[in-house]
Design a protein around this ligand. Structure first.
Ligand code: NAP
Length: 254
């Protein structure tokens, strides 16, 4: 049931990415963590000497990504698992969504996924095996108010996933999206802080509102998302391709 080889996890220093990295390294893979800030990546990598390493890049910067991926290959060899978890979620009413916010959401969430996937694909084609897993969102499958740019970017990630899955279907490579609902990470804590600042609600009330969006009445844990990624990496999931798997307690039903 184990996947083999070398996994690169973008956004691997925190939240869902860090949970995925820990799960995959415990399964026996070598794991490279990629993000813009080295310190948290290095702290996590230091817990797994010889099995985990950190590289620095902004996923929206193709040259920086190429250099970081080259460094990753020099450490642990060809990359056969890519988990695109780097992401940001800024909110604003549509008429206050300026070009900068719009572009930022598309750059990090969608173009970053495109750039990292292009950077890794030759390794997978050469190996005749690969797993590409995009951490999209329930916002890639449904609309939510005040996050038009984020929603558009995540819908784009789902579209990219579907198209590439078909293109690579006969190459031993699967491409899937995992779509979490509200998950207990820094990104959610920022969203809760934003609601508190804008509405004057207590933290408890703001948090309860996010939890209420999930039919199970709770916030998803990052480890639950990581377990879905782990399964998609396994041989048992070889026929799962082009799917967008919602991890959200039933909030979204495909
Ligand atoms: P998080 O803890 O804030 O993690 C996001 C990670 O992405 C950070 O490690 C950050 O590190 C990295 N990152 C951000 N911009 C980057 C860039 N331009 N280049 C490289 N790395 C970048 O949040 P999270 O919740 O784990 O988010 C992971 C993914 O899950 C995101 O794609 C998010 O959209 C998705 N998601 C989250 C939720 C949720 O409720 N938490 C729900 C659905 C989907 P640096 O800042 O150091 O670069």
């Amino acid at each position: 049931m184990k996947a083999s080889g070398h996994a690169l996890v973008t956004g691997g220093g925190s939240g869902i990415g860090a949970a995925v990295a820990k799960t995959l390294v415990n399964d026996g893979l070598r794991v490279t963590l990629l993000g813009r800030t080295l310190a948290p990546l290095q702290r996590l990598a230091a817990d797994h000497p010889g099995h985990m390493a950190a590289v620095q890049a902004d996923v929206a910067d193709a040259d920086a990504v190429a250099m970081a991926f080259a460094q990753a290959r020099a450490n642990f060899g060809p990359i056969t698992v890519l988990v695109n978890s780097a992401g940001q979620a800024s909110s604003a009413p549509f008429l206050k969504t300026d070009a900068t916010l719009w572009q930022q959401m598309l750059s990090v969430n969608l173009t970053g996924t495109f750039i990292c996937t292009q950077a890794v694909l030759p390794d997978m084609l050469q190996a005749g095996w690969g797993r590409i897993i995009n951490i999209a969102s329930t916002a890639g499958l449904a609309g939510y108010a005040y996050v038009a740019a984020y929603c558009a970017a995540k819908h784009g990630v789902v579209g990219l996933t579907r198209a590439l899955a078909l293109e690579l279907a006969r190459k031993g490579i699967t491409v899937n999206a995992v779509c979490p609902g509200y998950t207990e990470t820094e990104l959610l804590r920022d969203s809760i802080a934003n609601v508190i600042a804008k509405t004057g609600r207590t933290e408890e009330a703001a948090r309860a509102e996010f939890a209420a969006g999930n039919p199970q009445g709770r916030i998803v844990q990052p480890e639950e998302v990581a377990d879905t990624v782990r399964w998609l990496c396994s041989a048992a999931a070889a026929s799962i391709n082009g799917q967008s798997i919602a991890v959200c307690g039933g909030e979204i039903m495909n």
